[in-house]
Ligand binder design. Structure first.
Ligand SMILES: [Zn+2]
Ligand SMILES: [Zn+2]
Length: 425
């Protein structure tokens, strides 16, 4: 019986991996530039962590989360997102006790039971940052600037991007806004999809996330969160807008933007590509000033974002970061005859210990076929034939220029770099 991969769980194949690695390197180095340190929470958490933070009424928890009991009957979940895990770790390890802003980032797989489509899998990958400990709107602006900088760094133009921005206020503002939404949508209940009829009872804010065409009319006419902000939230938002203007970062106010997660407060944003359309945010985030307290820690404001790796890989494979076209190997060793084969393994081991990336023809190919493999994979071929070995020498062929030279083997092995010239990679 042939065993296949699970639907929505995709292999990232060797030819795709270099782009992923390049992207991961860019992300790590840029996050470090802004003072973020990596944290690696586990993939499995108590299911309760997400139902309490992301929210019971969200699609993520209600429909998409992988939940299962372990052998003791504890309900566990494959993490559908990482902010809740980072905050749990922040509380559990007392990272707040250090009395400073904690700047943390992650990159890794997340799991959601969604309909698989291009660029969207059930195991998908996210990168994200979380800055915990300050309510300063300058920090919101820094996080947004970082998001923008990342997209520029991977080759997207500033003009090709746009920022959707909103403030959904604090917990003091929420009851009045929720009541206004409930009143509005109750009046148009017949128009709403069955999910939204449920959301109307559980959390009417979630109706604003609905993508069903039948709900869009009622959503477009819904009350705006900006009209329900208290003085503090209004001042916070206005200061953020002023800083964004100073930074030269444009934005489009989107009064319907709430993000599909319950823990957000005040600032919410999405950075979108004009090419992908507004439905396809490259990344999204916002403030979650109550989340640490909600999960049992001391009151601590926070702000962050998360973005999808798959989407970025998709964009980048179309343009942006170019694939490295240099050969993967410095050297390909081609033994000729029994003596050559016997010596090749030891020579290869010595070369690798000197930092030369090298491989050997293990397939017993003819010289002509081995040379064509070498030309595809390496910059140089090292030929070990009976003539060379009887004189303790080797023939080195530059596969780019076609020039061959013979050198004493001991000399070559003591300083192979000097024979290979500049690496050019
Ligand atoms: Zn407020
Ligand atoms: Zn709906």
């Amino acid at each position: 019986m042939k065993v296949e991969s699970v639907r929505g769980m995709r292999d990232i194949l060797p030819e795709e991996v270099p782009l992923w690695q390049k992207l991961e390197e860019e992300i790590r180095s840029l996050f470090a530039l802004y003072g973020y340190k990596e944290i690696r929470p586990p993939l499995v958490e108590l299911a309760e962590l997400f139902s309490r933070s992301v929210g019971e009424a969200t699609d993520i928890v209600h429909k998409e989360m992988y939940v299962f009991p372990d052998k003791k009957g504890q309900m566990l979940a494959l993490r559908p997102e990482a902010t809740a895990s980072v905050v749990r770790a922040y509380i559990e390890h007392g990272l707040y006790a250090k009395g400073d802003l904690a700047k943390l980032y992650y990159i890794g797989p997340m799991f959601r039971y969604e309909k698989p489509q291009k660029g969207r899998q059930r195991q998908f990958h996210q990168y994200g940052v979380e800055a915990l400990g300050s309510l300063d709107p300058a920090l919101d602006a820094e996080v947004i600037d970082l998001a923008w900088h990342l997209m520029e760094r991977v080759g997207l133009s500033r003009e090709g991007l746009f920022l959707r921005l909103n403030s959904i206020g604090c917990r003091e503002d929420r009851p009045a806004y929720r009541a206004a939404l409930r009143a509005h949508f109750s009046g148009r209940k017949e128009e709403l999809c069955p999910d939204c009829q449920r959301r109307l009872q559980e959390n009417p804010l979630r109706i604003l996330d609905c993508k069903e065409p039948q709900c869009q009319g009622a959503i477009a006419a819904a009350p705006k969160s900006l009209d329900f902000l208290c003085e503090k939230c209004r001042a916070h938002f206005e200061e953020l807008l002023a800083i964004l203007e100073d930074l030269g970062l444009s934005y489009e106010l989107d009064p319907r933007l709430v993000r599909g997660i319950d823990y957000y407060t005040r600032t919410v944003f999405e950075l979108c590509s004009r090419e992908l359309g507004a439905q396809d945010a490259l990344l999204g985030g916002g403030r979650y000033d109550d989340l640490v307290e909600l999960l049992g820690g001391p009151p601590t404001p926070g702000v962050g974002f998360a973005g999808g790796m798959e989407r970025l890989v998709l964009v980048l494979s179309q343009h942006g970061l170019s694939q490295d076209e240099a050969s993967e190997l410095d050297l390909f060793v081609i033994p000729i005859g029994e003596e050559g084969k016997r010596r090749a393994v030891g020579i290869l081991a010595q070369l690798r210990r000197r930092g030369i990336s090298a491989d050997l023809d293990y397939m017993g190919r003819s010289l002509r076929k081995a040379m064509s493999v070498a030309a595809r994979r390496a910059r140089y071929a090292l030929l070990l034939g009976p003539d060379e070995l009887s004189q303790n020498s080797a023939t080195l062929k530059n596969l780019v220029t076609g020039v061959s030279s013979t050198a004493p083997l001991a000399e070559f092995l003591s300083n192979p770099r000097s024979f290979l010239g500049s690496t050019g990679t």
